[in-house]
Design a protein around this ligand. Structure first.
Ligand code: NAP
Ligand code: MG
Length: 410
């Protein structure tokens, strides 16, 4: 049997297209399972996770037979075995982000989903079997952190790709130091969503809400720090409070739910602890009246005003439905505050002025900058961080690079 890496790219593409189509065909089943898996609202798993996961396989299927064009004047060859460790916030989508480029480029993969969210990765494994991929090309390995550590440390792994916390990212970096393993890390974030006084306010309110409450705020690129220009602060805050009052928290499988369940008890405790710290440090908390179900892990949508840059809620990734609001006067001050973080994954800019968007985007130390929108993803668009948000890009042509060795065409 021909090895996966030696198949013509057009043959590898066929398998990837099959996986993409199967994800579309079984989208409902996957969406329900994903909401049961991690607690996210069904309208998000249905409208975001599933379409994007399928799109990712379609997109990289398209590259599989065009790798020589992805890297002009270079000859790309696969690295070998990719060891991939993913988190619980987008269990299927992260599996797609990891597997699709690795396979397109001719690598094989061992993927470890998070302990709390293995279900959709396992169903994807079944889809991959049905797509008739050669045995051993994709391996799904369930288990906890220790399993991830064994995978990362395994001598036969040539490339490690990790998405998760900065803390574990640092451990992994130490673990592969001094080996020939290639490494990419996609870690945490504390993104600034910046609203200027000339922004369309109602649109900005929607963008801010989506930015922090999408997926219960379990999003590495969440807009968790809102920076508002002083003249529009009062108006924006009033509108945000009203909008928060309309968010429905509860059953992830109910199509009307906006905010689903917190993924685990541990994550709920972490959110609660940081919120308590925010109150202790003197920030002012606001939560709308909100009925939470009696069973399960829930957290009401939360705003903090009176936040200063030194507060923990302004510095640390909360990874929950909690927004810290700060103000600024000038664009220079917005830049300084936005970049005043060890992270650098994403940023949002809300303004009517195109020139200001460009001026700001140039100055944001963030891998992704959205303008007058937030949390938009597309498989053709690279995603990744600066500083403690990690390195390496996923998505787009850039997303192939971590999975190939490049040599000049001889
Ligand atoms: P995490 O510990 O970094 O987990 C991410 C993945 O790494 C999981 O599959 C995890 O397995 C695995 N893992 C844990 N320890 C490992 C080790 N020593 N070597 C290799 N793999 C290991 O993240 P978490 O504990 O679930 O969440 C903690 C915080 O991380 C969150 O509060 C949030 O701030 C951040 N986070 C960021 C992202 C992101 O997308 N950037 C995603 C999730 C969490 P187990 O889950 O089975 O332990
Ligand atoms: Mg952990």
């Amino acid at each position: 049997m021909t090895a996966w890496r030696d198949l013509p790219g057009s043959e590898r593409a066929k398998y990837l297209y099959r996986i993409a189509r199967a994800l579309q065909e079984r989208a409902r089943e996957f969406a329900v399972l994903e909401s049961m898996n991690g607690g996210k609202p069904i309208k998000e798993s249905r409208d975001v996770d599933l379409p994007l996961a399928a799109a990712h396989f379609f997109y990289y299927a398209g590259w599989a037979d065009k790798l020589e064009y992805a890297f002009p004047a270079m000859t790309p060859t696969p690295l070998g075995v990719a060891g991939q460790v993913i988190p619980w916030n987008f269990p299927l989508l992260m599996a797609a982000w990891k597997l699709a480029p690795a396979l397109a480029a001719g690598n094989t993969a061992v993927l470890k989903p998070a302990e709390t969210t293995p279900l959709t990765a396992l169903l994807l494994g079944e889809v991959i079997q049905q797509a008739d991929l050669p045995p051993g090309v994709v391996n799904i390995l369930t288990g906890a952190g220790a399993t991830g550590a064994s995978l990362v440390g395994h001598p036969d792994v040539d490339k490690v790709a990790f998405t998760g916390s900065t803390e574990v990212g640092k451990q992994i970096r130490r673990a592969v130091a001094g080996t020939s393993k290639h490494l990419t890390l996609e870690l945490g974030g504390k993104a600034a969503n910046i609203v200027f006084e000339d922004a369309p306010v109602d649109q900005a309110v929607e963008g801010v809400v989506n930015g922090i409450f999408f997926n219960q705020g379990h999003v590495c690129c969440a807009g968790s720090r809102l920076l508002v220009q002083e003249p529009v602060f009062e108006e924006l805050l009033e509108k945000l409070k009203v909008r928060l009052g309309t968010l429905r928290v509860g059953d992830p499988l109910d199509k009307n739910t906006d905010i689903g369940a917190i993924n685990s008890r541990a994550q709920l405790e972490k959110i609660g602890e940081l919120v308590a710290r925010g109150v202790e440090e003197g920030a002012i908390m606001y939560q709308p009246p909100c009925d939470l179900p009696d069973r399960g892990f829930w957290f009401a949508p939360t705003l903090f005003t009176g936040v200063s840059q030194s507060h923990r809620i302004a510095r640390e990734e909360i990874f929950g439905p909690v927004l810290s609001i700060l103000t600024f006067r000038t664009p220079e001050e917005a830049v300084e505050k936005a970049n005043n973080t060890p992270y650098g994954l994403s940023a949002g800019i809300w303004t009517e002025k195109g020139s200001r968007i460009l001026w700001m985007a140039e100055r944001m130390r963030a891998g992704v900058v959205w303008a007058n929108t937030f949390n938009r993803f597309d498989p053709s668009s690279p995603f990744g961080g600066y500083k403690e948000s990690g390195f390496g890009r996923e998505g787009g042509r850039h997303g192939l690079e971590p999975y190939v060795r490049l040599e000049p065409v001889s």
